[in-house]
Design a protein around this ligand. Structure first.
Ligand SMILES: *Cc1c(COP(=O)(O)O)cnc(C)c1O
Length: 356
């Protein structure tokens, strides 16, 4: 039986993506070859990249003055590639979690980092508000969804300086007003494809403004000019990403996906809030992530944490153990997770409560 997969990443992918990837590995479009053993510059594979880029643009409604890049190195390489290309002297960062902190650490190699606000003192359990972004910074960086702590910024706000977002774990979960951002990046392994692919959506005019020399592979312009084919791109993850993008379109696009994501998240948060055995770790409802739902045992029930975790495993659910820095539980409810998996978890929580 297929498990209920709540892993945070790599994580559940649509069955369609897995089935089509298997077919492509065995025989790519009737070519008699596997997608694993053809040139990335072959006509068939160039068509894969082109369709994936065009679906990215179509589904996210990306304006024409932006490029979509498919790179390797993970979001973690973007932590340094971004300041390499965009920070002349100074950049601003909002510190909302472990990934934001890592991005800040890398940016400091390139210049001055202004941390405009941080929720570190409260285990990152809220999104700071009311901070000021200095006008003289080269860009302002946010992490839209904090995968570990379960907070999310869903507002595409106006910003006086170029706005940059790490959207590793919420890309394609809701419509995004791309025009508000100068650059968006992420690892694909949370909501799109197998690990190994990094996407970058970049407004073309923001490049070429820093004084330093940028090595070829680190330079976004290289990858824009060569359409992500400067070197061998992560061929199989791109192929799988294309399948997910086709699936997303067939599901009714991102608006339809957002509707389902709201349903799934509400179902689980409502149960966490109602059930006497559990409580959410994020109190401010507006800050709660729709992709990573974190909760712990309620006061008086702390000793039952292992019992409940064991029960989830015994009921075919995987990946619910919370990150070690938060404890408790984390249910990742990415696009591909069926509502039935959330329903099964909610039922289990209710049965558990009834026995206490
Ligand atoms: C997983 C994750 C990362 C790290 O991605 P890698 O591809 O492993 O480098 C960075 N930011 C966020 C928000 C993440 O969820």
């Amino acid at each position: 039986m297929k498990k209920h997969n709540f892993f945070a990443g790599p994580s559940i992918l649509p069955q369609f993506t897995i089935d089509e990837t298997i077919k492509g590995i065995q025989d790519f479009d009737g070519s008699g070859l596997s997608v694993l053993e053809i040139s990335h510059r072959s006509k068939q594979f160039v068509a894969v990249v082109e369709e994936a880029q065009s679906l990215f643009k179509e589904l996210l409604n990306i304006p024409d003055n932006y490029s979509v890049l498919f790179l390797g190195g993970g979001a973690s390489t973007q932590f340094l590639m971004l300041p390499f290309n965009l920070m002349n002297k100074k950049a601003a960062y909002l510190n909302t979690g472990a990934w934001a902190s890592k991005a800040i650490k890398e940016a400091k190699y390139f210049g001055e980092v202004v941390e405009v606000a941080s929720s570190k003192e409260a285990t990152f359990n809220y999104i700071p508000k009311g901070y000021n972004v200095p006008k003289d910074v080269d860009y302002f960086h946010i992490t839209s969804n904090n995968t570990i702590y379960g907070t999310e910024i869903r507002e595409d706000f106006d910003c006086d300086v170029p706005l940059v977002a790490d959207m590793s774990s919420d890309i394609f979960s809701r419509p995004v007003d791309i025009s508000k951002y100068a650059l968006i990046y992420g690892g694909a392994q949370k909501n799109l494809a197998p690990a190994g692919l990094t996407f970058v959506i970049i407004r073309n005019d923001i490049l070429g403004k820093v004084d330093r020399a940028i090595p070829t592979m680190m330079n976004y312009q290289t990858h824009i000019d060569k359409e992500s084919m400067f070197n061998t791109p992560p061929v199989l993850p791109i192929f799988s990403a294309l399948q997910t993008l086709r699936w997303l379109k067939a599901q009714g696009g991102i608006e339809a996906m957002e509707k389902k994501n709201i349903e799934k998240a509400s179902l689980l948060y409502n149960e966490v809030d109602r059930n006497k055995c559990f409580r959410a770790t994020i109190n401010n409802v507006a800050d709660r992530s729709r992709m990573n739902i974190c909760f712990v045992m309620n006061k008086g029930y702390e000793a039952l944490e292992k019992d409940f975790l064991d029960l989830t495993v015994a009921n075919g659910m995987v990946g619910l153990k919370g990150h070690r820095s938060v404890g408790g539980f984390r249910a990742s409810t990415y696009n591909a997770l069926p509502k039935a998996s959330v329903e099964a978890l909610v039922t289990l929580m209710q049965d558990f409560e009834a026995k206490q």
